[in-house]
Each structure stands twice: as C-alpha cells, then as structure tokens.
Design a protein around this ligand. Structure first.
Ligand code: NAD
Length: 499
C-alpha cells in the first residue's frame, strides 16, 4: 500500500504487506464525492429509519449470511491485504458475525420506548422516552481488525435505524468494500445509500468529518482521534472515538502460572501485536516471577511469524510501525531492560519475531507508548497494590487482564480501564453484550452491547397530558392563588423532611 498521501492522487494502491505485490487500486473520493455519498445516505435514512425492527433485523441477518457464503473469498482477501493468517481472518469474521446478530436481535429490546414515572406533581401526565436514530453516521476504520472493529459501529448504527457512510483504512480498502458490497448483494430491495463506502487516505476521512453527518464513529490512533474531535467541534458533530491502548496484565501470587503465561504469550503477539487491547505490559508477583517468565519464554520460542499456513501470525501490516517497534525495543534495553527472548535483531523486514523484555524502566517508550508489535514487557512487583498502581499509571485505559485464583474480580474492580478479562485474555471483546472502549487516550464512548447501540441514537422525551386537573395547571397563567398555597404546603412534605 502506498503510504504517501497527496491531494493530487486519484487512486490508492493496495498491496500485500508480506510480498509488496499489488492487490487492487481504488479511486480516492474527493470532497464532492464524500458529500454526495452523505446526501445519498440521508435520502436512504428516510426509508431505512422507517422500517420496523423486525425488517431491519431481516436485512442485517441476510448480510451476515452473505458474508458466511463468501467467507473463503473474504478470508483470502483479509490474508492478502492485511497479512494475518487465514484462521485468524476466519476468527475475526466469526466475531463480527456475532455482533451483527446481537445488534440485529437486540435493537428493539434496547431501544424500545420506555414509560417512566411522571412524579407526584405531574401525575396527570404520561411520560415516555423514545430512542431515535441520529440519521447518517460517518464511520472511519483502522486496518488491524478490518472487519471486526469498524463493524462494532456499522452493525449497531444500522440496527438502530441509521444509515452509514464508511471510510475504511487505506490499508484495508478492499476488505472494507467487500463487506459493504455483501450488504448490498444480500439486500437488493433496499435503496442505494443504506451502507456505502468512500475510499481514500486521511484527507477523505477529514472530508467525511466536515460533511453533513450526524455523528462520527472513529477507530484508530489517539493522535488522529484528537484531530477528528477538533474538526468535529466546528459543527458540534458528536464523536465516538475508539483509540489505542497500553493494556496491562496483573499476575497475582495465586495465579495459574501456565494459563497466565499462555494468555500473555498469545495476547502480546497474535495479529503481530497489532491489537488495540492486546497485552503490552505485565506485572507479576515476585514469588512466581521466574517460573512465569520461563513459561512465557518457552511458549514464545515456538511462535513464529510468516505468510504460510504454519505461521502463528503475519507480517506487520503498516511498514511505518516497524521502526516504532524497533525503537521501543532499543529504548527498553538502553534504559536497564533485558531481552530474555529476542531483541532488536528480531525485527526482520515485514516480520518481527516475539520479543520478551524484563525489568524495563517504567518511563521508557516500551512501557508508556503503544508499541503495536509482538513484544511484551514484564515487571516484577511485590504485591497487588504495586501492580494496580503501575497498571493504572498510563495515559491509556482500554482493556486489562487479571490472573488470580481467588481475587480476580476484586483486583479487576481496582483497574482503571474500560474492560477487564479475569483468568483469560480479551474475553470481553468476544461477548457481544459487553460494551467496549476506554477513556483518556483510549477514546470516548463505547461500541458493542446496549451502550454501543445507544451511542447511535438520541433520546426523545415525550410528555402527554392525559387529563387536566382544575386549578392545577402549573405551567399556565390560569394557575390560581389556591394552587400556590397548596403547593407551599405540599413541597415541605415532598422535599423537606430529611433533616
Ligand atoms: P490511524 O489513526 O492512522 O488511522 C485510522 C483511520 O483514520 C484511517 O482510516 C485513516 O485514513 C483515518 N484518518 C487519518 N487522518 C485522518 C484525519 N485527519 N481525519 C479523518 N480521518 C483520518 O490508525 P490506524 O493506524 O489505522 O489504526 C491503529 C490504531 O487504531 C491503534 O492505535 C489501535 O490501538 C487503534 N485501534 C483501536 C481500536 C479500539 O476499538 N479502541 C480497535 C482497533 C484499533
């Protein structure tokens, strides 16, 4: 994939990150085309938003079935454009399908009109909260999980009755278009514009943010998220930002050491470490440290990147990330850390072998910045308080993991993060009903589950006067002195008895 971006460019070229071979070319959408796509989506929103929940469910599930039908072709494309092994591509698709299904089947339950109590003073009213779709949602996606991640916004926005204009990452444009095309193929009876893509680099994404959309749902780096929020402020366009992470694992003295090592080894290196909620830092109790480090080393000694069917994970998708990973390893070693597995020599072209770093200074880049590579830092702690303090000392707060036989839940509750997996890694990302997202540099808002669905709606409050109470018209000039006298007697009874 070409990494340069220029306004004069009219096409972007998609390449296989393992071989550099060209896969496809895509026309770049300029500002006018972006606006035209949003206009089409606005028109389609009138039809799509007016359908019943059952109708939308039928269309979304047909889309899922179409993706299943074309799963071999899609997994081959994910392998070619993103680099990940085909089995990992299939697993990613499976998780995306689970979310489509959950969103389709739960939209009505989450969003149906709720009757609320009007309170004593307004007892002659009926009070209702209706969750309305926002209209047109702009979705900007990353490349690391090119189906699963943007789908956390797309499927939920559609299920809630919105239409979607999606700009896939420039590193996964073919995949993004494949997924959107499957929606149209499965639903030829729907108008054009319910779910469409616009292709391009950051400039196309920026044009989408400036356009007449009702919300922007972005997944990507914190640096880009900040630019998007600043640009969205111009029209007070609401933002949902799913950004990076520097996720910590706490391994307590009573942990199942083998299970914890297995989870850390997988969580740190799968998808070449290019996982927003992947394992980046580990804090292990001193009493089990040596055993744990040996076990992680043993597992990762047999884990290798490649492009063949035996590879544990693929190449780095984005060439510029390779230098960042190398810098973090070198910086960790310069700052007192030791590589117990691999080292700077593990960075071999597009492939990076697993690297395990111990006793790294907590202020080094490898501990503070998102590495996004198949590396992990392991630090020894004296107790859980120290582990929690270090885990929470980060500008990110996305996911986290705890291994403890007896105190897992208790420790999880002390971690500042959007999600915690206890005695497993990334469990929360595979449970559709659980919201996913973080705070600080990890972003704003949540995808998945009921909170993720509500992100794409706005509450509409409706107060219906069912009958008038003579003399009790509080919000009228016909209010009487008798009413006010009565109110002065009633208010102390309602609100003045708590001394
Ligand atoms: P990125 O920020 O470089 O790009 C993300 C998207 O933003 C791309 O589509 C890009 O074209 C677009 N973009 C770039 N500049 C823009 C601008 N000024 N205006 C609008 N759009 C713009 O991120 P990336 O490298 O594609 O993805 C990796 C990052 O994503 C990592 O930090 C990772 O942790 C994060 N991520 C987060 C989650 C999550 O759910 N929290 C999931 C996956 C990835």
């Amino acid at each position: 994939m070409s990494t340069t971006e220029s306004l004069a460019e009219t096409t972007l070229t998609s390449v296989d990150p393992a071989t550099g071979e060209v896969i496809a070319s895509h026309r770049i959408a300029d500002e006018q085309e972006v606006h035209a796509a949003v206009d089409r989506a606005r028109t389609a929103a009138a039809t799509w938003g007016a359908l019943t929940y059952d109708d939308r469910k039928r269309h979304l599930l047909r889309w899922a079935s179409r993706l299943v039908e074309k799963s071999d072709e899609l997994c081959d494309l994910i392998h070619a454009e993103n680099g990940k092994p085909k089995d990992d591509a299939f697993l990613e698709l499976l998780l995306a399908l689970e979310h489509i299904s959950w969103a389709a089947k739960n939209a009505e339950k989450v969003l149906k009109t709720k009757k609320v109590s009007p309170g004593a003073l307004m007892s002659n009213f009926g009070a209702y909260i209706e969750q309305r779709p926002l209209g047109v949602i702009g979705v900007i996606g990353p490349w690391n999980y090119p189906v699963y991640t943007p789908n956390g916004s797309i499927a939920y926005a559609l299920a809630a009755g919105n239409t979607v204009v999606y700009k896939p990452s420039e590193y996964s444009t073919s995949i993004g278009n494949f997924v959107a095309r499957a929606f149209s193929e499965a639903n030829p009876d729907l108008p054009d514009g319910v779910f469409t893509t616009i292709n391009g680099y950051g400039a196309t994404g920026a044009a989408l943010v400036r356009s007449d959309i009702d919300k922007i749902a972005f997944t990507g780096s914190a640096a880009t998220g900040k630019k998007i929020m600043a640009a969205a402020a111009d029209k007070l366009t609401p933002v949902l930002l799913e950004c990076g992470g520097k996720d910590a694992v706490i391994v307590a003295a009573d942990a199942d050491i083998k299970a914890a090592a297995d989870a850390v080894a997988y969580g740190a290196t799968m998808n070449s470490g290019q996982t927003c909620a992947g394992v980046e830092r580990v804090y292990v109790d001193a009493s089990i440290r040596d055993q744990f480090v040996d076990e992680v080393k043993k597992i990762l000694s047999n884990v290798h990147p490649g492009s063949d069917s035996k590879a544990s994970y693929g190449p780095m998708t984005m060439p510029s990330q390779i230098d960042i990973v190398r810098r973090h390893i070198e910086d960790a070693l310069k700052n007192g850390g030791t590589a117990v597995l691999g080292g700077p020599e593990s960075v071999k072209g597009p492939y990076i072998e697993p690297v395990v770093l111990v006793d790294v200074d907590e202020n080094s880049a490898a501990v503070r910045e998102e590495t996004f590579g198949p590396t992990v830092t392991i630090r020894t702690v004296q107790n859980i308080d120290e582990a929690v303090r270090l885990a929470n000392d980060s500008t990110y707060s996305l996911g986290s993991t705890v291994f403890s036989r007896k105190q897992g839940l208790e420790i999880a509750r002390r971690i500042k993060a959007g999600a915690t997996s206890v005695n497993s890694v990334l469990g929360f990302a595979a449970i559709s009903a659980l919201p996913f997202g973080g705070g600080r540099d990890s972003g704003i808002g949540r995808i998945h589950g009921a909170p993720g669905m509500l992100e794409f709606t706005a509450p509409h409050s409706i107060a219906v006067q069912r009958f008038a109470i003579p003399g009790m018209a509080l919000l009228s000039y016909s209010r009487t002195e008798r009413t006010m006298k009565l109110l002065r007697r009633v208010v102390p009874l309602l609100h003045g008895r708590n001394k």
